[in-house]
Ligand binder design. Structure first.
Ligand code: NAD
Length: 348
């Protein structure tokens, strides 16, 4: 059963790690290293079963291959999960995990993810150099993610309205966390009419008071009429229930897994709504950790994130040419890059 699961998406390697002293139980999945070392965060999560943990790490590492390839980074796709949730976390446990990562010899480079941050990466960094996202890493990656999303929204506007200008466009930002807040500010500077929503009412109030944005209740988000809906909170916001209610021309935001299911990309297209694939538009975070890994600067990361708009435009055009969804076009572009590299590497 494990071999079937690993073989299904063509993973190169899946490693299980334990450490008696700290109780560490972790799985690292290396999906594909054709384009470079696999890079992806370590998620700390209390999975119901080991199968669920394996399923999650396989799915997430596979997605990282596509994200890195579509972003034109010399990286492969990997991801890891530490089983147990935040209550098992300790510096000693992450040091043990760091030794495990080190044993992969640089084929997997780890970073932050759900329930892990700079403190955990610092503990890992005591044991291995194959880690990014530490406290000495590049500053404020979320602002770089937001900048990429902003450029992506401009590209979508250009396509839908014939102008990239967001002046006067109504943009609804769901989630006023690190990315959503930075995005809302950049949109305001561009003259957009911004409305925000968050389950955390204090955050919304702060933005309303300091930035003069509008607000909408979390449960009313999908019914709110706007030009651009920018999900920057949770996954699965486009689903069977929300889809018929959406009243926008564009869905483009930072959240991962915006679509509850892949088929929702076609369903959005059928409704005449342009969807910017999440892994293309939110790649600023990966770009930032790549620059840290490669010894680059924040400016270099910002410059790469700046190109997300052009990349998205090219994918929108490809989708039109091929009569496909933009998500299909993005996947095909990533697969082309992988195939090209494999061809060049193949012995003649
Ligand atoms: P964050 O934790 O700082 O902010 C998330 C915000 O969403 C919080 O304010 C939270 O209260 C709010 N929220 C949660 N559930 C909600 C709901 N049902 N309705 C409305 N608001 C809700 O996270 P972030 O770093 O800003 O990331 C936002 C999204 O973008 C996440 O999906 C994340 O995976 C994705 N992302 C982030 C980065 C990055 O650089 N931070 C990079 C790529 C993708």
């Amino acid at each position: 059963m494990v071999f079937d699961a690993i073989g299904e998406r063509g993973h190169e390697q899946v490693s299980y790690f334990t450490d008696d002293e700290t109780g560490l139980r972790a799985i690292a999945a290396i999906h594909d290293t054709t384009l470079g070392p696999s890079l992806g965060g370590t998620r700390l999560y209390d999975y119901e079963t080991e199968e669920e943990a394996l399923h999650d790490v396989l799915r997430l590492s596979h997605a990282m291959t596509y994200k890195a390839a579509a972003t034109e980074l010399p990286l492969g796709g990997g991801k890891a999960v530490v089983l147990g949730g935040p209550e098992v976390a300790s510096p000693a446990l992450f040091q043990a995990y760091g030794r495990a990562v080190d044993r992969l010899g640089g084929r997997y480079v780890t970073s932050v993810d759900v329930n892990t941050g700079a403190a955990e990466m610092d503990a890992i960094a005591e044991e291995t150099e194959h880690v990014v996202g530490t406290s000495s890493g590049l500053e404020n990656p979320s602002a770089i993610t937001a900048h990429g999303v902003f450029r992506g929204i401009e590209a979508c506007a250009e396509h839908v309205y014939g102008s990239a200008s967001l002046d006067g466009r109504r943009v609804l930002v769901q989630g006023t966390g690190k990315v959503g807040t930075a995005l809302a500010k950049q949109l305001l500077e561009a003259g957009a009419e911004v409305t925000v929503s968050d389950v955390d009412a204090d955050r919304v109030e702060r933005l309303v008071e300091t930035q003069g944005v509008g607000s909408v209740a979390p449960e009313a988000v999908v019914d709110e009429e706007c030009d651009v809906f920018a999900p920057c909170a949770i996954g699965g916001v486009v689903n069977d229930e929300s889809l018929p209610r959406l009243s926008c021309d564009i869905v483009a935001g930072a959240a991962n897994n915006v679509l509850a299911e892949r088929r929702h990309a076609a369903a959005l297209a059928d409704r005449g709504i342009l969807y910017a694939p999440d892994y293309v538009i939110n790649a600023g975070g990966l770009i930032t950790v790549y620059e840290e890994y490669a010894g680059g600067t924040r400016e270099a990361a910002l410059e790469k994130a700046d190109r997300i708009g052009d990349r998205l435009s090219a994918l929108i055009e490809r989708a039109e040419d091929e009569g496909a969804t933009v998500l299909d076009a993005a996947d095909a572009y990533a697969e082309d890059r992988l195939a090209e590299k494999r061809e060049r590497a193949a012995p003649v």
